[in-house]
Design a protein around this ligand. Structure first.
Ligand code: PSU
Ligand code: MN
Length: 321
């Protein structure tokens, strides 16, 4: 079952769920190591796992620990990782796809990004994944070529990714263009408009609005039945009570971008830097939004994974697709 036993280690509940064909939801860990401060990073990761569990699926947080890719962390392990991020940030890498093999060889530890988490999920056979906001095409990409590997992995790995849209620090229009080129369906759960992470509106439309987890599962199943090898992006807007209006947050994003430029921040450090500046500027309001949307996405991914599992077990002639 496990293709690379010494490199990827499955937690017992995850292995059992895989063997029994029960629904599983992968969760990323860069949000713990580089996305949120202590103790919110721990609380959010823990609550996301609980939300997946309450929806009837098995949570599988993926991270790199001492040169092993771990699939499924206990709450104690989440806390240890979250504390390490606070006390020894220099010891934890941000692992995207290109970073996994070197980190394995060097016995390193770190968080896995959306791209790396998708890759590992696909490798072990997990079809659903929840995160906060995906990476995408950065503003100014025309000059700096900065596009997140998340987009390329969405084109490659057949995993359904539930998120609150691309992070608002990005160029959302260009991000949608790349997703279109790569053949990745962008679905809206109860929304026509693409959500923009901390905000409910972006001015851009999703490809299809769907009203239920079952409809999302059936759409993904149809996409994969057609032989598509890539992922499906499911977007859910942050709850209205936690939302930061786009016009308000845009001012802080602009300022953070100027600060990043002045400080010469680029490459993999850019996204965490920008998120941290916006967090400071909003005095924690965007952190509360990030926390709420992450947990809500975990719950939805759990519901979709359950619906998808039921669909797989249904006789072929009774399936919608
Ligand atoms: N969302 C957050 N915080 C984060 C990230 C997403 O709220 O830290 C991480 C995700 O792991 C995502 C990564 O995959 O940022 C994208 O980084 P980059 O733009 O360097 O590819
Ligand atoms: Mn980048």
């Amino acid at each position: 079952m496990n293709p690379l036993p010494e490199l990827i280690q499955l937690a017992v509940p995850v292995r059992e769920a895989l063997d029994a064909g029960r629904p599983i939801v992968a969760l990323e860990s860069t949000i713990i190591t580089h996305g949120m401060p202590w103790p919110v990073n721990f609380e959010t990761a823990r609550d996301a796992q609980r939300a997946v569990h309450d929806a009837g699926a098995v949570p599988a947080t993926i991270a790199m620990l001492d040169g092993v890719i771990r699939v499924g962390l206990s709450e104690d392990e989440l806390e240890t990782l979250a504390r390490a991020a606070a006390h020894h940030p220099e010891r934890l890498r941000k692992c995207s796809v290109r970073d996994l093999a070197p980190a394995l060889m060097q016995t390193a530890s770190g968080g896995t990004t959306v791209a790396a988490t998708m890759r590992v999920a696909a490798r072990v056979g997990i079809a659903w994944f929840a995160t906060g906001g995906i990476g995408g095409v950065h503003r100014g990409a025309q000059e700096n070529f900065d596009q997140s590997a998340d987009l390329l992995e969405l084109a490659r790995s057949p995993v359904g990714v539930v998120c609150a849209g691309p992070k608002a620090i990005l160029d959302l229009g260009l991000t949608l263009e790349v997703l279109e080129t790569q053949g990745v369906p962008v679905l809206g759960y109860g929304t026509d408009e693409l959500p923009a992470f901390w905000s409910r509106s972006s001015g851009f439309r999703v490809d299809a609005r769907l009203e239920s987890p079952a409809a999302i599962a059936a759409t993904a199943a149809a996409h994969w039945s057609l032989g598509a090898r890539g992922g499906v992006l499911v977007t859910q807007a942050v709850a209205a009570e936690q939302e930061l209006p786009a016009s308000e947050v845009e001012v802080y994003i602009q300022r953070a971008l100027r600060q990043a430029k002045a400080a010469g921040v680029a490459g993999k450090a850019l996204t965490p830097y920008l998120l941290e500046r916006v967090l400071e500027a909003t005095g924690g309001a965007c952190l509360a939004a990030n926390q709420a949307l992450m947990v809500a996405n975990a719950r939805l991914a759990g519901e979709v994974a359950v619906a998808y599992g039921a669909l797989q077990k249904m006789p072929a002639d009774q399936r919608q697709c």
